[in-house]
Design a protein around this ligand. Sequence first.
Ligand code: HEM
Length: 236
Amino acid sequence: MSSASAQPNRVDRAIVVARDRDNVVVAGEIVRHRRATRIIHWTVALTFLIGLLSGMPIWTPLFGWMAYLVGGMEVARVIHPYAGVAFVIASAFQFFHWLGDMHFASDEKDWWRPSRMARYMRWEDEASEEGGKYNGGQKLFFWAVCLGAVGFLVTGIPMWFPLRFPALLREIAIILHDVTFICFLIGVILHIYLGTAAEPGTFRAMTRGTVTRSWARLHHPGWFRKVTGESRDKRT
Ligand code: HEM
């Protein structure tokens, strides 16, 4: 092997650094999510998917065909609560892992308003120069996921152990479990769209861990300046 081919190229270097460190510039790229973050995120996504595929056929016969993807209806009924518990545990890790970055800045407190979200979806919302690693919408989604995970757990237990709870409580739990699920599904579909097709360059942050400088400057200018140490007027 020649000495030139033994040298890791620029992209490889960034990927290697992204195993253990984030919020650093390496070889012209910025490490956004280190390996631990990505493993936690994909565990949350995978357990959610198994919970979804095993839960929807139990919910309504309309989605009965989904049971075939997990080995049939009997299997779906058995694995669903365990997938749910695994999802809640993974979400708890995610909660503590990301908590420090998820406090709302004073100009982000109106993100729960539909008008603010609509502005963002119509590309009319300028990225906040003072914002941190995540924007208000991402923070809102984070908190919704945490709340949803607690909701799934609390409403799932009476359905898992029906004989230990009064009938009325079980009925209420079923309704709240379904409502939580519907809200969750809408949020996750929107999240996947924003993380892939709508904002090119975002998905790789969760695969190889890095983003380009121009992506960071465009979507999270405050975080970009903090990580690179660049002033506001300097262009990449
Ligand atoms: C195929 C499915 C998914 C894709 C492609 C995806 C993609 C991504 C990407 C690219 C990011 C990083 C965004 C950034 O760095 O700015 C991210 C963050 C995040 N993901 Fe996912 N994700 C998926 C599924 C899920 C699921 C199922 C959940 C929760 C149930 C979830 C929860 C989160 C949260 C809380 C964040 C941090 C806040 C945010 O960026 O919105 N993700 N995801």
